[in-house]
Design a protein around this ligand. Structure first.
Ligand code: GTS
Length: 213
């Protein structure tokens, strides 16, 4: 397997943590993509992933799989023991639901704020991500307000249960964690009264997979 990504970036880290949780990191060849140079907007990369984002998984038979959720589901099921994405219909549904909320309420609005209301990854990528259009900064600021509401939502969830989707660590925890990592890059502070979210983050950051990624 190959993963086309950038080390240390939030969405790539979601897959790298999943690979480490599954003990699969050594079986993957990582191919670096130049994001500030907008390599992922070149036709050669768009042929792999028309969305123009990383990470992308490349299988031996030439199939390309994008979207962290899809890649995580693939690697989680290889050993028949899907601990990150759920085993029963109920587990799968709840993890999928919370994972989607972690994207729509947290990591995606943070990415929009980063690319539209800050210089983002620099001028070469801005030409693709955020060309001059009226209101783009206002859009970015509204996405920041949504992300802050998302932090409060997950803080409330974690007041009632140890992990984002219930009693077990899952793909949804990985997405919320990387949402908070992305918030750090974008300089969106976590509200000080989100104490359950902070305590949960302290715990999940101790996991060997997170440390290794
Ligand atoms: N929903 C996608 C997924 O789950 O894979 C999001 C992927 C994504 O946005 N990746 C970012 C990217 O390629 C990398 S990161 O900066 O978020 O870590 N961004 C560059 C771009 O041009 O959007």
């Amino acid at each position: 397997m190959k993963i086309h990504d950038v080390p240390g970036f939030p969405n790539p880290l979601r897959v790298r943590i999943a690979l480490a949780e599954k003990g699969l990191t050594d079986q993957v060849q990582f191919v670096n993509v130049d994001l500030p140079g907008a390599e992922h907007k070149d036709p050669a990369f768009l042929a792999k992933n028309p969305t123009g984002t990383v990470p992308v998984l490349e299988l031996e038979d030439g199939l390309f799989i994008s979207e962290c959720t899809a890649i995580t589901e693939y690697v989680d099921n290889l050993d028949g023991n899907p601990v990150l994405t759920g085993k029963t219909p109920r587990e799968k549904a709840v993890i999928h639901m919370m994972q989607k909320r972690a994207e729509s309420e947290l990591i995606d609005p943070i990415g929009d704020y980063f690319h539209h209301a800050t210089p983002g990854l620099g001028p070469q990528l801005q030409a693709h991500k955020s060309p001059d259009w009226a209101g783009r900064e206002d859009f970015g600021r509204r996405r920041r307000v949504k992300a802050e509401a998302g932090m409060r939502y997950f803080d409330g969830v974690l007041r009632d249960q140890p992990y984002v989707a219930g009693d077990q660590f899952s793909m949804a925890d990985i997405t919320v964690l990387e949402g908070l990592v992305f918030a750090g890059y974008a300089e969106i502070p976590v509200p000080g009264d989100c104490t359950a979210l902070a305590a949960w983050r302290g715990r999940v950051e101790q996991r060997p997979s997170v440390q290794a990624a």
